[in-house]
Design a protein around this ligand. Structure first.
Ligand SMILES: [Cu+2]
Length: 512
């Protein structure tokens, strides 16, 4: 994590992104729109808060680490700075994914403040980002949880302040449209607002956050996997993981503790879709702070429910050495999708409590890896069947209709925010797709616009547009579908775009 990278300043004239941001944020947040950059609204604009003494920079940590407990007994101004980065990282062995992150990490950096603190939040969006982003902290009392004031285009920075009025463990996440997709790409983390009197002392604290991921390829299918909108809408994740990847808390990366210690896990669930049934195999939670509140409201708990966009704190003592397995007890998620971690406890055997035997092998068979091989074969065969079907002209006509309907779904999720539901675009900002000569006259060029994005001057129906269309993270089939739709909607009529054509254009532009 290097949140201190200098951000190159862009030119002083109003960037097109700012206009785009404003339009987009109005779609999301209504007419109020984001605050002008650099102008802090809220508590510190209204004068001095007598409760606040001094200021400090927030200690931010990468999971599973947690910043140290707060020892000061007064409120202060805490400056928290997080840089949003879009980075390719490992999702599983051999599987990469373009994550959108708070601080280059999934989950985002852990923030720890004290009840009553004034938090001055700086959100930077790295210049290499393709998308605008923002932050909604559930710890904020105020519309959108900071989202409107933190809407930030690539290469820009936003600042806003809030008073941490309510203690608790809160989720933060990106709330830029399409919100589900930003969260599905990893844009979430936890902020702890410690109660004034602090939390009970423990020996170790850990940060674990669950998230569900939706890839075009099946579980374990290698390569850089694009986001799959359809799976996301259907809530059928390919991966359900702790701390951003399969096996992030296994083997050498397992959580470590010692017999006799008391541990606390700050457990969050970024979702975007699934509710977690959080359980540690072989342990009983002494205390559960349900839903991330500050009351240890239940004791002797086996499994606790953690909703999407929610959290919990669990505490337990360690009486026995060995490996304790953290799971989402919806067990296919744990053993077939990745929602599994380990807490390794070292120390002397306690034969009175347990006779002693390792549990790793019992639970982690080789069944998963054996399954991946046959899955890949099934996929290859299905590909052959599809190719055979595609060569039949009658089926091809039907395929076009299906494609258009599927494409309409993609359009109304992914493209409408800019090009408008009518396909008419917005004068001078977003070019029209309805009647667009640019779209209709050159298929490969239209495919490239969607897969690689489009910048620089383009002329559509005699009018020049000079904006930025970010590449759209959808798979080849979705590109074919959405282009078939836009080429046959809004009064347009044209040939279908096939998946093969999209493959070819992607391959050509990759080799250029
Ligand atoms: Cu975002």
């Amino acid at each position: 994590m290097n949140s201190n990278d200098p951000i190159p300043k862009r030119s002083a004239r109003v960037p097109r992104w700012a206009l785009l941001s404003l339009l987009l944020s109005q779609l999301v947040f209504g007419a109020e729109g984001p605050a002008a950059p650099g102008i802090a609204k809220g508590p510190n604009a209204k004068g001095v808060d007598p409760e606040i003494q001094g200021e400090e920079r927030a200690v931010l940590t990468v999971a599973p680490n947690v910043p140290p407990p707060i020892t000061r007994r007064h409120a202060t101004k805490v400056i928290a700075e997080i840089e949003v980065k879009e980075v390719v990282k490992r999702l599983a062995d051999g599987v990469d994914y373009l994550f959108w992150t708070f601080g280059g990490e999934v989950p985002g950096l852990f923030i720890r403040v004290r009840e009553g603190d004034l938090v001055e939040f700086h959100l930077k969006n790295h210049p290499s980002s393709k998308m605008p982003h923002n932050i909604d902290l559930h710890a904020v009392t105020g519309p959108g949880g900071g989202a409107a004031s933190s809407f930030t285009a690539p290469g820009h920075e936003s600042q806003f302040s809030f008073k941490a009025l309510n203690p608790g463990l809160y989720v933060y996440h990106c709330a830029t449209a399409p919100v589900g997709m930003h969260v599905a790409n990893g844009m979430y983390g936890l902020i702890l607002v410690e109660p004034k009197e602090g939390l009970p002392k423990v020996d170790r604290e850990f940060y674990v956050m669950q998230g569900d991921f939706y890839t075009a390829g099946k579980f374990g299918e290698e390569g850089l996997q694009p986001f799959d909108q359809e799976r996301a809408v259907d809530e059928r994740p390919t991966y359900v993981v702790f701390n951003g990847s399969v096996n992030s808390l296994v083997g050498d990366s397992a959580l470590q503790a010692k017999v006799g210690e008391k541990v606390r896990i700050f457990f969050g669930n970024g979702g975007p879709n699934l509710t977690s049934s959080f359980h540690v195999i072989g342990e009983i939670f002494d205390n559960v702070y349900s839903e991330g509140g500050i009351v240890a409201n239940q004791h002797q708990v086996q499994t606790t429910v953690v909703p999407a966009g929610g959290s919990t704190m669990v505490e337990f003592g360690l009486q026995v050495p060995g490996t304790f397995i953290l799971v989402d007890h919806a067990l296919f998620r744990a053993f077939n999708k990745g929602a599994l971690g380990m807490l390794k406890v070292s120390g002397p055997e306690n034969l009175l409590a347990y006779s002693g035997k390792e549990v790793d092998a019992v639970y982690l068979g080789s069944q998963a890896t054996a399954g991946i091989g046959s899955d890949a074969k099934v996929l290859a065969l299905q590909g052959q069947v599809r190719a055979a079907i595609a060569n039949d002209p009658k089926i091809a006509a039907l395929t076009k209709e299906v494609r258009m309907e599927k494409g309409k779904r993609v359009y109304m999720q992914t493209c409408f925010a800019c090009h408008q539901p009518t396909g008419l675009g917005l004068p001078g900002v977003f070019p029209p797709l309805a009647g667009s000569d640019f779209l209709m006259s050159d298929k490969p060029r239209a495919i490239r616009a969607v897969t690689k994005g489009l910048t620089g001057a383009v002329v559509v129906n005699g009018k020049t547009y000079n904006g930025v269309m970010p590449p759209v993270a959808i798979n080849d089939e979705q590109v074919a579908n959405v282009l078939t739709y836009v080429r046959n909607a809004f009064g347009n009529t044209g040939e279908a775009v096939t998946v093969d054509e999209v493959h070819r254009v992607r391959a050509d532009s990759a080799s250029q």
